[in-house]
Design a protein around this ligand. Structure first.
Ligand code: SF4
Ligand code: SF4
Length: 353
């Protein structure tokens, strides 16, 4: 199944420290420059699900409403939003999303350090309003993880709030300025991952499948054999329509020639795939090359790429070391297969952090 990510605008109302805010308008315009009918024809020709993305997608809510109205209720809709512009979209549209990803990085002090003072409370208010409305889809906390993040503390904090069905994260690596990733990974992140995997399996023994997306995604490959490269689908099954009508392989690759695969009128003319060194890597089956953008751009050079690989491998190893036990828990009926089978469709979670 294809997923079309529709970047509704290049504008963002925040200026988070790892991102810097809006895209330059010459790269990602503030509003769509194509006609709605061309977008709708593209989605229909691809038989695609649709995910709304930005900038902050709710700065251009009219496009979201028009697309949802034109495509009707039988298609899947997803949104990745910073969660600060709840009132920009009417309530009945919120309720129609199959998955809503709210950007939040964990505990208040960590989140607000990266995303701005008061942001934590605003995002949680949105999550609470969605629950009060009766939102029954998949509400996902979408974290960016950096040097102040304690992965165990941030993830368990978000889960304890009881608002989110799932927690997912991406490491702030390679697309950002270099930082002492290796030291942080050895001293903080990987020990936290080990604790988190232990907690995840411990809860499974008690019959509860905790919604930690990267672990579920890796276990899904091991248990069900379903796999793709890259795990986010960028360039092979997931494509992004930019407001200027270009279709690119990955939503952040807005100024890279390699990423342009077509346009709104011509459709998708080619795919972009990951090759060596990933295809010969013994972890490729699980990692899938991790991220097409960082694979292509290598902003941290070869050593930086390998540093991230070693963290990816350690994370995969940790989950795989528990797969035998998880399989037994399924066979014994302690947990259900369908609870482990995640994501059940492409909901823009990238699986490998
Ligand atoms: S671990 Fe590194 S080399 Fe191996 S598949 Fe993943 S990104 Fe490629
Ligand atoms: S994981 Fe990488 S390739 Fe995939 S959507 Fe994110 S930035 Fe793009």
């Amino acid at each position: 199944m294809t997923l079309l990510i529709v970047t509704t605008t290049g504008l963002c109302n925040l200026k988070c420290s790892y991102c810097g805010g809006s895209f330059p308008p010459h790269l990602v315009p503030p509003k769509e420059q194509y006609e709605l009918k061309d977008l709708i024809a593209l989605v229909k020709s691809l038989d695609a699900d649709v995910a709304f993305y930005g900038g902050e997608p709710l700065i251009n809510p009219k496009l979201i409403e028009n697309v949802m109205d034109a495509l009707g209720p039988r298609r899947r809709f997803i949104i990745q939003t910073n969660g600060t512009l709840f009132d920009n979209l009417q309530e009945d549209y919120w309720l129609r999303f199959d998955a809503i990803l709210l950007s939040i990085d964990g505990r208040r002090e960590v989140n607000d350090h990266y995303r701005g003072k008061g942001n934590y409370d605003t995002v949680l208010k949105t999550a609470k309003r969605l629950r009060e409305l009766g939102y029954g889809g998949d509400l996902i906390a979408r974290m960016t993880v950096w040097d102040r993040s304690d992965i165990f503390e941030e993830v368990t904090h978000l889960l304890k709030l009881g608002l989110f069905d799932h927690v997912h994260w991406q490491l702030n690596v390679i697309w950002t300025e270099p930082w002492d990733f290796r030291k942080w990974a050895d001293n903080s992140y990987l020990p936290g991952i080990r604790r988190l995997v232990s907690l995840w399996v411990e809860r499974m023994r008690q019959g509860e499948v905790t919604g930690i997306v990267p672990f579920l995604g890796i276990a899904k490959v091991a248990l069900f054999g379903e796999w793709r490269s890259p795990p986010c689908g960028a360039g092979s099954e997931t494509f992004t329509l930019l407001p200027d009508g270009r279709i690119v392989a990955c939503p952040i690759a807005v100024d890279s020639e390699w990423a342009v695969v077509g346009d709104v009128r011509s459709g998708i003319l080619r795919k972009v795939i990951i090759g060596e060194p990933c295809t010969s890597c013994s972890y490729f089956k699980y990692c899938g090359g991790r991220c097409l953008y960082t694979y292509m751009e290598r902003h941290w050079g070869e050593k930086g790429f390998r540093d991230v690989c070693s963290v990816t491998k350690a994370t995969i190893d940790e989950v795989l070391s528990r797969v035998g036990e998880i399989r037994s828990l399924i066979e014994e009926g302690v947990v259900k297969r369908e609870e482990i089978y995640y994501p059940p469709y492409d909901n823009t979670t990238e699986i490998i952090p």
